[in-house]
Design a protein around this ligand. Structure first.
Ligand SMILES: [Zn+2]
Length: 695
């Protein structure tokens, strides 16, 4: 079964594109930068199991010790490093991976246990707080690191201790009378175990993953009660003591453990957890087969929760999670843009999780609606999480800044899940561009390729003694023309499906294919067409367009988008702003011009250290912007809001006094920059995606 974490190795990137530039900056800068941070913060050597002074620090988020995720920070870095090392050698990164693996091996306890905190700090409390303390989450990331390590190095130096640890977990958790009937508060190990099962085919790994998924939310799982209730009581927690992220006691929806997944009607709680969990559910359906009896309810739940999320709980950028307290979903249509409007979390990891889930759902059902969201997340909610220099990151990706939360990236975080998650994603991003299936039997071979995202890259598929290559060449997402070249030396029967995004108003295939049409967002190119035309091109016009959130959000705002890119305004280009563009009013009927902007990024070529300019398409709205005026003499300011008089539509002579507006110098041209490229050029940190719409 295919996973992008393994299929990516069939993809190579060619001429500079948005994607290849970011891969390059990660390889030349980010991995080494993060390695230094791992060292300077104590993470790098933590598997030596020595005491670190910060282990005594009070938790920023009670009851979770700040260092609790260190295992996963290291594991995710190893995983990302291995993906890049598969493509190109780097002695420093290679040396660090080997040293870390040696330390992890030495940290394993005699019974297989492998965790920093519960070996050094609280050795008597293993598996006593699955709800909050990320033990199994860390184990999951170690499994994923081991899979990448084996793929890269061809040995089991990391896999060996990980398999021994998984053996201990298989013995500890499960339905047996002596086993714990628990499951992790933060899903991750489920998808990792399923990937492990795919590689090693050990049924115990599949059984444990399925157990964790099926048992989750069982109200009577442990001694007739919810596992987390029993666990809480065993720890001796006081009755009303609760983690800071719980609005009230037993808020198990935070962990998607309030009821079994197949019964959940709406997507709730911590958004990263939800995405990792549903990704695993989708993988389980793929492994057991969509038509198996157990898969029907799980497939329905996946589709129901996906719909609820994308239709009612997703930002224009693809970000999810409006609520800071639980880093997750609010009620339907609660999608404020900024802290001073009531929230906006949109964690980078959560958008990465959406991409993971979308990719799995695409493999279950090739429907462009999943690929559209996958691409939206990548180019906006995810890529806004890293600066173009590869050394600053965001955790929260608000759609508008405020005085308390400026549009700024940080160099690192105490809870540092996001930066290495971006690193490893860019390591295997080639696996998201396309998926393929080879059908070989004695009589014939055939290959089917579904192309989900465009870039400049080559997919190489070995078939028998030959290699079939599909090359796409484009300057996506700035230009919409994609040229394809097929190299098929033995004339293997090939079918290609090309995604036509839902936002595309039209498209053109050249040479034309008679009766070509889209089916669920893809056009299908037949073997006959591909044999006759080993080179062809697809053109999808990229036109600026206004988008807006659902009317039920009660936000009269519009934003600019072009192709998969969502734009924002920043003070750097619009220096007159002094209120985070809060009073800005934008006319959607205005003329929007495109301009090619060259941004000097500090993207050094590997080994060269020179900077290279990156061009992008900026947008400018002409004579479209005004600012709402606050009139000091406005009598309405003295009144409660509900006393502001309504103006009847029939009364054309009357204009509401509250809509006084002005155009300040410089506003004649309102400049927009891709949201992903914000905060790369300095400035005051004022930014906004959705702007008040002129009525
Ligand atoms: Zn994160």
């Amino acid at each position: 079964m295919a996973y992008p974490q393994t299929t990516f190795s069939h993809t190579s990137f060619s001429s500079p594109t948005f994607i290849s530039r970011r891969r390059e900056v990660v390889y030349s800068t980010t991995l080494l930068y993060q390695l230094n941070v791992l060292k300077s913060t104590g993470r790098y050597h933590a598997f030596k199991l020595e005491w670190h002074p910060c282990y005594r620090d009070k938790p920023d988020v009670w009851p979770v010790p700040n260092h609790l995720f260190w295992d996963s920070d290291v594991a995710k870095w190893i995983e990302g490093a291995c993906y890049f090392l598969l493509c190109e050698e780097n002695p420093t990164i290679n040396g660090a991976v080997k040293e870390l693996v040696a330390m992890i091996r030495s940290a394993q306890q005699a019974d297989g246990y492998l965790n920093i905190h519960f070996t050094v700090v609280e050795p008597t409390k293993r598996f006593t707080n699955l709800r909050d303390l990320h033990e199994l989450y860390n184990a999951g990331h170690l499994i994923e690191a081991a899979l990448a390590h084996t793929q890269c190095y061809g040995n089991d130096l990391l896999m060996e201790p990980v398999l021994k640890y998984v053996d201990l977990l298989c013995a500890t958790f499960g339905p047996g009378p002596e086993q714990k009937h628990g499951y992790p508060g933060h899903p991750e190990i489920e998808l990792a175990l399923l990937r492990l099962y795919g590689e090693r085919k050990n049924p115990k790994h599949l059984a444990l993953a399925e157990y964790f998924i099926a048992e989750r939310g069982n109200p009577t799982g442990q001694d007739g009660r919810h596992y987390y209730d029993v666990e809480t009581e065993a720890r001796g927690d006081r009755e009303h003591e609760r983690p800071v992220y719980y609005p009230k006691s037993r808020s198990y929806w935070y962990q998607q453990a309030h009821e079994p997944i197949v019964n959940q009607q709406t997507i709730e709680g911590h958004s990263v957890r939800a995405m990792y969990l549903l990704t695993a559910v989708a993988d389980l359906v793929r492994i057991q087969g969509p038509s198996s009896p157990k898969s029907a309810d799980r497939t329905n739940a996946l589709q129901r929760l996906w719909r609820n999320m994308t239709e009612k709980k997703m930002y224009l950028t693809g970000g999810i999670g409006a609520q800071k307290q639980w880093e997750g979903f609010g009620i339907d249509y609660f999608l404020p843009s900024s802290t001073d409007e009531g929230g906006c979390y949109a964690e980078t990891c959560a958008a990465i999780g959406v991409m993971m889930l979308a990719e799995r759902l695409l493999q279950l059902d090739l429907d462009g609606k999943y690929a559209d969201i996958m691409e939206l997340c990548f180019y906006n909610a995810v890529m806004t999480g890293m600066a173009s220099n590869g050394k600053q990151f965001t955790y929260i990706n608000q759609l508008a800044s405020s005085d308390s939360d400026l549009s700024r990236r940080a160099e690192w975080f105490t809870c540092a899940c996001c930066p290495p998650n971006v690193t490893r994603l860019l390591g295997y991003i080639g696996g998201y561009l396309w998926s393929f299936r080879v059908d070989e039997n004695e009589k014939s071979q055939s290959v089917a390729v579904d192309i989900h995202m465009y870039s400049s890259a080559t997919l190489s598929i070995p078939i028998n003694d030959s290699v079939v290559e599909i090359e796409q060449d484009s300057n996506w997402p700035w230009e919409g023309k994609i040229e394809f070249t097929i190299r098929n030396p033995t004339d293997v029967a090939m079918t290609i499906k090309l995604r036509i995004p839902a936002w595309a108003t039209t498209w053109q295939l050249s040479p034309p294919l008679p009766n070509a049409h889209t089916s669920k967002g893809y056009i299908s190119l037949t073997p006959a067409y591909l044999n006759a035309h080993p080179t062809f091109h697809l053109e999808i016009p990229l036109l600026a367009r206004f988008i807006s959130p659902h009317p039920y959000t009660n936000q009269p705002i519009i934003a600019l988008a072009r192709g998969p890119i969502v734009y924002c305004v920043e003070d750097f280009d619009n220096p007159w702003v002094d209120d985070h563009f809060k009073s800005l009013v934008l006319d959607p009927s205005s003329r929007v011009a495109e301009n090619t902007v060259t941004m000097l990024s500090s993207t050094p070529k590997v080994g060269e250290g020179e900077t290279e300019a990156e061009s992008y398409v900026g947008l400018t709205a002409h004579n479209a912007a005004v600012q709402m005026l606050e009139d000091e003499n406005d009598e309405h300011e003295q009144l409660a809001p509900h006393h502001i008089p309504l103006v009847h539509a029939s009364d054309s002579s009357s204009t509401p006094q509250t809509q006084q507006q002005q155009q300040r110098p410089g506003m004649e041209q309102l400049h927009f920059i891709p949201y992903a490229l914000r905060d790369n050029r300095g400035g005051k940190g004022h930014m906004r995606v959705g702007i008040r719409r002129k009525l």
